[in-house]
Design a binder for this molecule. Structure first.
Ligand SMILES: Cc1cc2nc3c(=O)[nH]c(=O)nc-3n(C[C@H](O)[C@H](O)[C@H](O)COP(=O)(O)OP(=O)(O)OC[C@H]3O[C@@H](n4cnc5c(N)ncnc54)[C@H](O)[C@@H]3O)c2cc1C
Length: 441
């Protein structure tokens, strides 16, 4: 039977993206025993992982990344990479299992902490439409990850659609890798985006970023008020159909990169009892959640992008190590970021027409092959799980649950361990886990 390894830390950070990196390097600066755990082999999260940055770069964004990597490298931090946190044994103890990576030989892990900082990030929101399960129809961020891992896209025709700033980042990335981005199709209206752009006048760095994307995407049509309604193909994707509500257009392509903005990863905070508000983790100005000694930073508190993730990480790193005074000067910046987050949410709010995307035969739950006609009669997430097995597969409702929240008004926030898929081998030590739980009431 696999062994359970135990480790104790003053401050434990779950999530090695920019928010977790800022939190860990700030917390470690004063001799506290700090660890950062992430289920990937390397730090950096969705935006920085797998890239290298130089402080000599002319790009301000690269300099920022290089500076944070340096801070993390120079701090005394235990890196627990390739470890996935899947449950909590009791207050102050998380359970994790090793993924493939440097820690894989160690089996199951018990991570004890005095303070915990949750920096679990976000994932793309997918909405089901006819053909969305065809080969080569992918999440926009997912396609980007595949290209980062070596998928060649040079010369491929790619349509990018859905909602949110990620579409621009992905389209620019595809162009930089030689793909032909046929068009970018944003469901938000021109009016919504114009109001958002006007609000950016106070943030010249964001205007600069927008202009950089514009330059990188010169010649690629960017259509607003436009959304996907179907994808067709026999063995794999051949065409996508886009609509502006009045007319539809069918466009041939090799890949369809589609995501409807982001949804926060709140399963672990919810499992630990942290209060959620409108789907996000509620925190005070020091990033403290409703549970004592648990902080939350980055995307789970609001989809605000890199800068918000970094400043929140710093605040939590300071607050969790008793340096509340030093966190105060960062509050102004945090407030500014939060108002950007609110504007972002408004600008990319999903239009009601998208609720009509799936037809009766459209698969909603890909893990369990459950169609829209099977789920639409149920008013609650619990009922649909009980009656159809929707959300009971390996993804645990991460995809269909968030889609159902928008399409059918479910409240898919109920979580049960394991919050992420774990191996059978891990379940084999479940008695040990149960014992820990029962010993502690
Ligand atoms: C798919 C995707 C692609 C993106 N691409 C871009 C881009 O190109 N440009 C851009 O500006 N922004 C991009 N973003 C947005 C960007 O991620 C945010 O703006 C910001 O960087 C968030 O930082 P974070 O630290 O809060 O989260 P993240 O960077 O998401 O980091 C969270 C980390 O926590 C880990 N984690 C979560 N749960 C667990 C667990 N239970 N156990 C162990 N580890 C766990 C995750 O694997 C991840 O590494 C992308 C977002 C997504 C979802």
């Amino acid at each position: 039977m696999a062994s359970v390894r135990q480790h104790s830390f003053d401050v434990l950070i779950v999530g090695g993206g920019p928010a977790g990196m800022a939190a860990s390097s700030t917390a470690a600066a004063h001799g506290h025993k700090v660890a950062i755990v992430d289920d990937n082999p390397s730090l950096g999260g969705q935006i920085w992982r797998g890239r290298s940055f130089s402080s000599a770069s002319k790009r301000a964004a690269d300099k920022t990344a290089a500076a944070w990597y340096r801070k993390v490298q120079n701090a005394q931090i235990t890196h627990l990479s390739g470890l996935r946190v899947f449950d909590s044994a009791q207050a102050g103890v998380l359970l994790a299992e090793s993924q493939d990576g440097p820690n894989s030989q160690y089996g199951q892990w018990e991570l004890h902490y005095r303070k915990l900082i949750l920096a679990t990030g976000a994932q793309e929101r997918f909405l089901p439409f006819p053909g969305w399960t065809l080969r080569n129809v992918l999440g926009a961020g997912a396609l980007q990850s595949m290209v980062k891992s070596g998928l060649p896209v040079a010369g491929k025709r790619i349509v990018v659609a859905g909602s949110g700033p990620l579409l621009l980042a992905v389209a620019a990335y595809m162009r930089a890798h030689g793909a032909q981005v046929v068009e970018i199709c944003e469901q938000a209206s021109m009016g919504q985006l114009a109001a958002f752009a006007f609000g950016l006048l106070a943030s010249p760095e964001r205007i600069l970023q927008g202009m950089q994307y514009k330059l990188q995407l010169l010649g690629t049509p960017y259509r607003t008020g436009c959304w996907p309604v179907a994808a067709y193909g026999t063995q794999r994707l051949e065409t996508v159909v886009l609509s502006d509500g009045r007319r539809t257009r069918e466009i041939p392509c090799d890949y369809f990169a589609c995501g409807f903005h982001l949804v926060p990863n709140v399963e672990l905070p919810a499992l630990l009892g942290c209060h959620l508000k409108n789907g996000f983790v509620e925190v005070d100005p020091l990033q403290q959640t409703s549970v004592p000694d648990i902080y939350c930073v980055g995307e789970p508190t609001g989809i605000g992008g890199l800068e918000q993730a970094l400043v929140e990480g710093e605040i939590a790193g300071l607050a969790s190590t008793g340096r509340v005074e030093q966190a105060q000067p960062l509050q102004r910046e945090r407030k500014k970021m939060q108002s950007f987050t609110e504007r972002l949410e408004k600008a990319f709010a999903l239009r009601p027409e998208l609720r009509r995307l799936p037809d009766a035969q459209t698969i909603v739950c890909r893990c369990e092959d459950v169609t829209f006609s099977q789920v639409r009669e149920y008013a609650s997430w619990r009922a649909v799980k009980l009656h159809t097995r929707c959300g009971m597969g390996p993804c645990q409702g991460r995809i269909c649950g968030t889609a159902g929240e928008f399409l059918l008004g479910w409240n898919a926030n109920s979580v049960r361990p394991p919050i992420l898929p774990v191996r059978f081998q891990t379940m084999a030590v479940a008695p040990a886990i149960q014992e820990i739980k029962s010993q502690n009431g």
